[in-house]
Design a protein around this ligand. Structure first.
Ligand SMILES: NC(=O)c1ccc[n+]([C@@H]2O[C@H](COP(=O)([O-])OP(=O)(O)OC[C@H]3O[C@@H](n4cnc5c(N)ncnc54)[C@H](OP(=O)(O)O)[C@@H]3O)[C@@H](O)[C@H]2O)c1
Length: 277
């Protein structure tokens, strides 16, 4: 695998960084984390990644590809639509010709493992979303860091934390799935770790970059209510009881067997996110 040691990526050089999906929760955090660069932050309105970018920008040093179809249940009903964004969009980002960070997901795994997933574990997605993300990894090309993360949350956009804050303020009890394990990852921490990974001259390839620690969605919900001072009980239910459209891996904790930047514990991410809200 080619080593990423171009002048353009050296810290100190004011590199030109293009961010896709800049209106999404990770895109917003990346725009902050790369503020020292010359950033072109493109929302969906600026560039629909299903089509090539015309005209392509000159002198790009780095592309951070955060645009994606992230509606996991919706992808079951429209896998072709999800693929147009997650596979076609990633091809178009790669075609820009600059080193690329393509974000991917724990949902490329089937969840049958009982210990955390490492970069060398074989993917086997069980949902349409996971399949499109895995094909998207292949579409990223040879000069790409594939950054897999999990259970993202942040102060903006649609995410579990924001949903819990809203429901927790309205209800006395809420039913939350307690048989899926993962590592809720704060987008601010992921964006900074992405910058550290790129700046370290890490080789291209797959990298697992997720928060330290692990929990179930029910554990996470309880921690959110406690940290936010909300008086809402969590009723622990199974995935089958919840009945979501798309299957999800029962265990999708990610760890790195490579020298990936280490992220703080998810509880620290929770505290940082509540502070940012
Ligand atoms: N969310 C998670 O739990 C999670 C976990 C692991 C990995 N990831 C990955 O992390 C990355 C960032 O996810 P996120 O949580 O920041 O998702 P997000 O908040 O849903 O952001 C995705 C962004 O992509 C935009 N988008 C959708 N279709 C597009 C298109 N055709 N052209 C251009 N932009 C388009 C969306 O715009 P609209 O809002 O207008 O649709 C949105 O702004 C994705 O690659 C995702 O697969 C996410």
């Amino acid at each position: 695998m080619e080593h990423a040691d171009t002048d353009a990526l050296r810290p100190g050089h004011r590199r030109h960084v293009l961010i896709t999906g800049a209106g999404g929760q990770l895109g917003v955090a990346l725009t902050d984390a790369f503020a020292a660069a010359d950033v072109t932050a493109l929302t969906r309105g600026d560039w629909d990644v299903r089509h090539p970018l015309a005209p392509p920008p000159a002198s790009l040093d780095l592309v951070l590809h955060a645009a994606a179809w992230t509606d996991v249940d919706g992808a079951e009903d429209d896998p072709q639509g999800a693929a147009e964004v997650n596979v076609g969009g990633t091809s178009h980002a790669a075609e820009l010709g600059a080193p690329l960070v393509a974000f991917s997901t724990d949902y490329v795994f089937d969840g049958r493992k009982t210990t955390p997933y490492l970069e060398s574990d074989s993917p086997n997605p069980i949902s349409a979303y996971g399949r499109t993300k895995l094909h998207g990894e292949a579409a990223a090309g040879e000069t790409a860091w594939i950054v897999r993360s999990s259970w993202l949350f942040g102060p903006t956009g649609h995410n579990f934390l924001r949903t819990m804050l809203k429901l927790g303020a309205e209800r006395e009890e809420i039913s939350v799935v307690d048989d899926q394990r993962g590592s809720p990852t704060y987008v601010g921490h992921l964006a900074e770790a992405t910058r550290d990974l790129v700046d370290s001259g890490a080789p291209y390839g797959v990298w697992h970059v997720a928060a330290a620690g692990e929990c179930t969605w029910a554990d996470f919900a309880e921690a959110i209510f406690e940290a936010a001072g909300l008086d809402c009980r969590v009723r622990r239910i199974t995935t089958a009881e919840f009945g979501a459209r798309a299957p999800r891996p029962a265990m999708s904790v990610l760890r790195s067997e490579k020298d990936a930047p280490e992220l703080p514990h998810w509880r620290e991410g929770l505290a940082a996110c509540l502070e940012a809200l």
